[in-house]
Design a protein around this ligand. Structure first.
Ligand SMILES: C[S@@+](CC[C@H](N)C(=O)[O-])C[C@H]1O[C@@H](n2cnc3c(N)ncnc32)[C@H](O)[C@@H]1O
Length: 259
């Protein structure tokens, strides 16, 4: 750079701390905007008529998520750097491939994916994927004691562990998963409960075209509320949840307290 060029280049003050503070203020304020939440929820449910959450892939594998939830999870994994990510509900494999790709960027760790029904073609997709080396699949119901024992055996002692629950969305099942699997989550790590939006729907908005039907009161948010009454080791992460509009899981981002 010549002396002339450097003289003409403006010197900007370092605004990184203020930028972070401003967006934190913005997202917390947005989290209080009930009218916006309802508008966003109605858009999400209108798009659900076209199976919007089924339209995306991660590294070529279908991932059944809202894009905002994928980005939020990326932020969480990068910030908290878990050694192990356990997910219940693998489906076609895009989410376990996504977590494995994040761990690859971190240069460590493994993903344990649990599903009651791992179909041969989905297993083949996952096991032949470039991310396969970081993924262990466990077939069985996520609340079955035998399945839970197999998952626990795959978690190395002392591993910093994150958990995502995205299987059967009934209250009883999610609550049973929370009770059985939340002890795996280490202090400071996240426990994400998917599809909590089902608990924030108005009458008539619950999707009826899926194989199962989870009306308000018998869905993941109802399980989260009961779990947080029973367990003071977790709290709802205000900052992440505040910006989860256009999300399947507002209120589903829990964090284990650091004692
Ligand atoms: C919504 S899909 C998971 C989507 C996946 N996490 C993704 O982001 O692409 C739900 C999955 O939960 C599985 N499932 C249903 N009941 C289950 C149970 N009791 N235990 C474990 N998995 C279960 C289903 O077989 C299905 O593959």
């Amino acid at each position: 750079m010549t002396g002339e060029e450097s003289a003409s280049k403006p010197t900007w003050p370092d605004d990184r701390a203020e930028f972070e503070a401003q967006r934190r203020r913005d997202s917390l304020a947005m989290g209080e905007d009930a009218a916006l939440f309802r508008e966003a929820r109605d858009v999400v449910m209108a798009a659900d008529r076209h199976r919007y959450t089924y339209m995306w892939s991660w590294m070529g594998v279908p991932i059944i998520q809202m894009p905002a939830d994928i980005v939020a999870t990326q932020e969480i994994v990068w910030a908290t750097k878990p050694d192990v990510i356990v997910e219940t509900g693998v489906a076609r494999g895009g989410s376990v491939v996504f977590y494995a790709s994040m761990l690859t960027l971190l240069g460590k760790g493994k993903v344990i994916g649990v599903d009651v029904d791992i179909r041969a073609h989905n297993r083949e997709t996952i096991e032949s994927h470039p991310m396969a080396g970081r993924i262990s699949l466990v077939e069985g119901s996520s609340t079955d004691p035998g399945t839970i024992a197999r998952v626990k055996a795959l978690v190395p002692p002392g591993a910093s562990t994150m958990l995502i629950l995205d299987s059967d969305h009934s209250k009883a099942h999610v609550l049973a998963e929370l009770r059985a699997l939340s002890p795996l989550v280490t202090p400071g790590q996240f426990l994400i409960v998917a599809d909590t939006l089902l608990g924030r729907l108005d009458a008539g908005q619950t999707p009826t075209t899926r194989a199962k039907f989870w009306p308000p009161g018998d869905e993941p948010l109802a399980a989260v509320h009961q779990f947080l009454i029973e367990n003071d080791g977790f709290h709802c992460d205000r900052e992440i949840n505040a910006k989860m509009i256009l999300s399947s899981s507002p209120g589903g981002y829990l964090r284990s307290r650091v004692k």
